[in-house]
Write a protein that binds this ligand. Structure first.
Ligand code: MG
Length: 382
């Protein structure tokens, strides 16, 4: 397929941190994707969640299925816009690698504990996973991914941290945009979680169909589905609605972005990066509808008392594990203790804290719960 002039390409790539021979039977961006799929952090996504804790039910999304859904949506849009599909897929599959256990509650809890030591940002942690923490290759730490994939993974970054990142952090200082494949994955992430959180929310019973009557993005396709299929059972009705919610957003994003790209006509990826305005976007109407749905989910699902109870437990687990390990590193498993000693000898207390944060962030939901039991309860779980 012919790529658009503003798509990322191999010849225009800013390359890898450590030079390597070109791959023989796949593209550079396909190699990135393959390295991500083979990483340990990717396998752990299966047991990490965003809203629901992993053991609550087998049918809810995990970070792994979420990442696959994001990749699917992002690839379809990339193809329609003639962007680089391989790069888009690599970014999508890696975008959540740095997430802590227990979703946003976990990330906030760890960030709170890390305040005195440089903080904890999950996007930055995803980058740390692919740059430093994965240990698979003889010649380098991390996965040695291309600049473009790393640029896409780092979707947000605070200014103090951006200053430490050289080339990769520069756009946060200049307030410029990343390449279009990175912009796209960010929006595909939003499309995926808004629609699947409605689905999981309804399945769990935490939200009810009649609450969604005023939510435009849901109500319109819902009316359409019950008109077309009045006898369909509730579960299949919801699936039919959710696929329409995704489709509406994807179509809107493609059409709005096509017209924006026609107006701005960037000559190449560097012109995209120089721009201060995003070139991939929803129409104003769709953005409003998205906001309305997000607000609804925040008030009715993410703040539901049952979700809050779990989040509150997550905070306790992460805070207490962090404090215990900071006070006594002999509680850490030997290889983590060794890494902690090393980072501490280089960077003092901040190094010790960073290593412990790496250990905690790498945990799956169930591992964190078991580790809590092993550290604090008199009897170890069997
Ligand atoms: Mg995500």
């Amino acid at each position: 397929m012919t790529l658009a002039q503003y798509a990322a390409t191999e010849p225009s790539s800013r390359g890898r941190r450590f030079q390597e021979p070109a791959p023989s039977h796949r593209t550079e961006f396909q190699r990135d994707r393959d390295r991500i799929v083979h990483s340990a952090a990717f396998r752990r996504l299966e047991y990490k969640t965003q809203v629901f804790v992993n053991h609550e039910g087998d049918l809810y999304r995990t970070r792994l299925t979420h990442s696959i859904e994001v990749a699917q949506i992002a690839r379809s849009i990339a193809r329609a816009l003639h962007l680089n599909e391989d790069l888009t897929e690599a970014i999508a599959l890696a975008h959540d690698l740095g997430h802590t256990p227990f979703g946003h509650a976990g990330q906030d809890a760890l960030n709170e504990k890390m305040q005195a030591y440089g903080g904890f940002e999950h996007n930055l942690q995803s980058l740390r996973v692919v740059d430093e923490l994965e240990e698979r290759y003889a010649e380098f730490q991390g996965l040695n991914l291309t600049f473009e994939t790393r640029e896409g993974i780092l979707k947000h970054c605070s200014i103090p941290n951006a200053k430490k990142l050289g080339d990769l952090g520069q756009r946060f200082l200049d307030q410029n945009q990343p390449g279009l494949e990175a912009q796209l994955t960010n929006l595909a992430d939003e499309i995926a979680y808004n629609s699947h959180d409605v689905d999981d929310g309804l399945r769990s019973g935490l939200i009810k169909l009649d609450q969604l009557g005023d939510i435009e993005l849901f109500a319109e396709p819902y009316q359409q589905v019950i008109r077309l299929y009045p006898h369909l059972n509730e579960r299949r009705t919801i699936y039919e609605v959710v696929r329409r919610i995704i489709d509406q957003q994807v179509s809107d994003l493609i059409e709005t972005s096509q017209s924006e790209l026609r107006q701005q006509t960037p000559d190449n990826i560097e012109a995209v990066r120089q721009s201060t305005k995003p070139m991939l976007l929803f129409s104003n109407e769709m953005r409003e509808q998205n906001l309305q749905l997000k607000r609804f989910l925040r008030n009715n699902l993410y703040r539901h008392y049952r979700v809050h109870r779990m989040s509150s437990k997550a905070v306790t687990i992460i805070h207490e594990l962090f404090d215990a390990f900071m006070q006594d590193t002999r509680l850490l498993p030997p290889d983590t203790a060794e890494k902690t000693r090393q980072l501490e000898s280089e960077q003092g207390d901040s190094g010790r804290a960073r290593s412990i944060a790496d250990y905690i962030a790498g945990m799956t939901d169930r591992y964190a719960i078991r580790e809590y039991q092993r550290v604090f309860l008199p009897l170890e779980p069997t």
